[in-house]
Design a protein around this ligand. Structure first.
Ligand SMILES: NC(=O)c1ccc[n+]([C@@H]2O[C@H](COP(=O)([O-])OP(=O)(O)OC[C@H]3O[C@@H](n4cnc5c(N)ncnc54)[C@H](O)[C@@H]3O)[C@@H](O)[C@H]2O)c1
Length: 338
């Protein structure tokens, strides 16, 4: 008999809506049983759109509901570790958006609660599920490029987040670059040893006043001996720019931007094709489906999720090291971050 996993989405903002839609329409083996948002209207709206029976403002009601077996935590980052610990204590399996938290003690408390309860935890590093990025990793693991020497990631947003968002986001490295840190680990198969960061507010001085940067370059020495670079910007005029490359002793494997269509216009001014897909919701649409499918499957088959809490922790350690490096203007070893 095929079992169906009853899952609830907590937080019905930008990413919560995507996961709610996928769970309601694209994930075999899952049923979107309920949604919650502290803004009750947002929960009701999502529930109405996807025909969900239960919409509440207080997610504790869902944790107390024995029919709900798993939760997808999509609320703002400052709520994640608290909800992970409460959900684990209630025996729910957990999908949690990145980052787990900005604070290492709270992350450790969350991971301990998950271990103690024996529930599954998967972190929302969706880019691992992008078919092109996954293929590059597969090639690296198969030895197709030999020994990896350089991992190169370009990751630029089409527009900066609001200043309100920036002030509570934990900063560029913990909110945005965290995906790239995870990609460096994923693509290289190595932990980072040391991080050096330079950054500035070149787009909007108000971002500096809010305590953040909008443009950054992160360089890293990995434990494998390979080197890695990440370049980030909050504003690429041509759209969401997401490119990766692993260069090694026998070659290079890379993946570039995706466009909405493949047309090519040639005229006197040059060759023109479509701009990259606008932002993460479009660019990683497929990856969001695949990561949730993987989570549901891991729960139903009682397997360890492929992106564990430890992956979530390591990326935060890299983000904290990058932030310290920026502020102290020096290379920072990951071992300094405890
Ligand atoms: N993996 C990705 O690609 C990706 C993309 C965007 C955001 N995120 C992460 O997802 C999280 C949410 O980001 P977003 O952009 O959707 O934010 P958002 O502000 O659009 O949505 C957050 C929602 O959570 C709700 N919320 C806040 N506190 C709550 C609580 N205590 N209980 C229930 N609901 C609560 C808010 O009312 C809001 O509707 C963040 O941690 C962010 O880092 C991940």
């Amino acid at each position: 008999m095929n079992r169906i996993l009853n899952i609830a989405v907590i937080g019905c903002g930008r990413i919560g809506r995507i996961h709610a839609e996928n769970l309601a329409t694209r994930i075999l083996g899952a049923r979107l049983a309920a949604v919650a948002d502290i803004a009750g209207a947002a929960a009701k709206e999502v529930a109405a759109e996807f025909h969900v029976a239960k919409a509440v403002a207080d997610y504790h009601e869902l944790l107390a509901d024995s029919a709900i077996e798993a939760v997808a935590i999509c609320s703002s980052t400052d709520t994640h570790s608290r909800i992970i610990q409460e959900a684990a204590a209630a025996g729910k399996h957990i999908f949690c958006e990145k980052p787990i938290d900005y604070d290492l003690a709270r992350i450790h408390a969350s991971l301990s609660a998950v271990d103690k309860a024996g529930v599954k935890l998967q972190i929302g590093f969706n880019r691992r599920f992008d078919p092109s990025f996954a293929k590059v990793r597969e090639l690296v693991v198969a030895g197709a490029i030999g020994q990896p020497h350089v991992v190169r990631i370009t990751s630029r947003d089409p527009e900066p987040p609001s200043l309100e968002y920036i002030k509570v986001s934990g900063g560029m490295f913990l909110d945005m670059t965290i995906h790239d840190f995870d990609m460096v680990r994923f693509l290289s198969g190595s932990e980072a040893e040391e991080v050096y960061t330079i950054g500035d507010a070149l787009i909007d001085p108000a971002i500096r006043q809010a305590g953040d940067v909008d443009t950054a370059i992160v360089t890293m020495r990995l434990k494998s001996g390979a080197l890695a670079t990440i370049d980030n910007s909050f504003k690429a005029d041509y759209g969401y720019d997401q490119r990766i490359e692993v260069f090694g002793s026998k070659g290079s494997a890379s993946a570039g931007n995706r466009t909405p269509d493949e047309h090519l216009l040639m005229d006197a001014a040059g060759l023109h094709h479509a701009k990259p897909l606008y932002f993460f919701l479009e660019r990683y649409a497929e990856a969001y489906v695949l990561e949730m499918r993987a989570f549901v499957e891991a729960v139903l088959k009682n397997q360890t999720p492929s992106v564990t809490g430890r992956e979530g922790l390591q990326a935060v350690v890299m983000g904290l090291a990058a932030t310290r490096s920026l502020h102290e203007r020096r290379p920072v070893k990951l071992s300094e971050i405890v």
